[in-house]
Design a protein around this ligand. Structure first.
Ligand code: AMP
Length: 281
């Protein structure tokens, strides 16, 4: 079946109706994206297809989650290819609203990510998680999915969305999906296309540091081993390297037991990259 493209909220209502979603009991999974789709997005779509009768992919470069000096205007926009990818993966609905359709000129109310939105990644991107949660809640209200799939690549984003769903009683099941990597370890990202061949080589230090750190046994060992790899790569300008609780993103100290996330953010040339791996303490 052909993918239905909904360019605004009216189109979305029609698309939901024509597929019998909500009426005949057909279930819907949402995969929110900013487009420039790659294998990571494809893996989310495949996971979504396993869990629901229909999959909706939203493609929206959300101005609210970009800081004034970030890459909003040059963020890659590849809509026609993205549409082919979605058709290829059996997506039922592509929701691609304009910024004007999403945000009224006189809008007042938005979601606050709270204190958790100001730590780790939030400390480097003020307001970012407020913007993410606001658009995700709007997408949930518009698309009305039963489940929504997010990548663990953006681990703090996933944790924040789970927190929002719990704190605001949002009736959507959130599913986390594993990070897809290139054969050499680089986590797939729409921003990788900004990297020159030399920068791409330099960027491999991030995943190498995470894998090396994950072999440590204690928080100090894990952080120390990862740090040594990053320090040996002069082209990497580190924003942070942290070991945190996956649900709260607070520091996993010496007494932490169970799952933790070793997360890194760094700039390679003009490109800011993030990555993380799960470790068990
Ligand atoms: P984005 O288009 O970058 O906003 O990402 C849309 C969704 O894809 C988010 O839930 C991301 O976490 C997820 N994603 C991005 N890169 C990857 C990857 N390499 N592996 C798995 N999921 C990813």
């Amino acid at each position: 079946m052909d993918v239905i493209v909904a360019g605004d909220r009216a189109g979305l209502v029609k698309a939901r109706h024509s597929l019998g979603i909500g009426l005949s009991g057909a279930t819907l999974a949402l995969v929110p994206t900013m487009g420039a789709l790659h294998e990571g997005h494809r893996s989310l779509i495949r996971l979504a297809r396993e869990q629901a009768d229909h999959v909706a992919v939203s493609i929206f470069v959300n101005p609210l989650q970009f800081g004034p000096n970030e890459d909003f205007s040059r963020y890659p926009r590849t809509f026609d290819v993205d549409l082919e990818t979605c058709a290829d993966e059996g997506v039922s609905i592509v929701f691609a609203p304009s910024a004007d359709d999403m945000y009224a000129q006189d809008r007042q109310v938005s979601v606050s990510a709270g204190r958790m939105g100001t730590i780790v990644e939030g400390a480097f991107r003020p307001g970012h998680f407020d913007g993410v949660l606001t658009v995700v809640l709007k997408l949930f209200n518009l698309v009305q999915p039963d489940i929504a799939v997010f990548g663990r690549k953006d681990a703090q984003q996933l944790a924040m969305i789970r927190r929002m769903v719990a704190d605001l009683d949002v009736p959507v099941s959130v599913v986390g999906a594993p990070t897809v990597r290139e054969a050499d370890g680089l986590a797939l990202s729409s921003r990788n296309r900004y990297l020159s061949p030399h920068e791409r080589h330099t960027a491999l230090a991030l995943s190498r540091a995470l894998f090396t750190g994950a072999r440590g046994r204690t928080p100090a060992e894990i952080l120390g081993q990862a740090r040594a790899v990053l320090d040996a790569e002069p082209g990497v300008a580190l924003d942070y390297l942290v070991l945190v609780d996956p649900a709260t993103f607070t520091e996993a100290g010496d007494d932490h037991r169970g799952e933790a996330v070793l997360a890194v953010a760094a700039r390679v040339g003009a490109t800011r990259l993030i990555d993380n791996v799960a470790v068990t303490l």
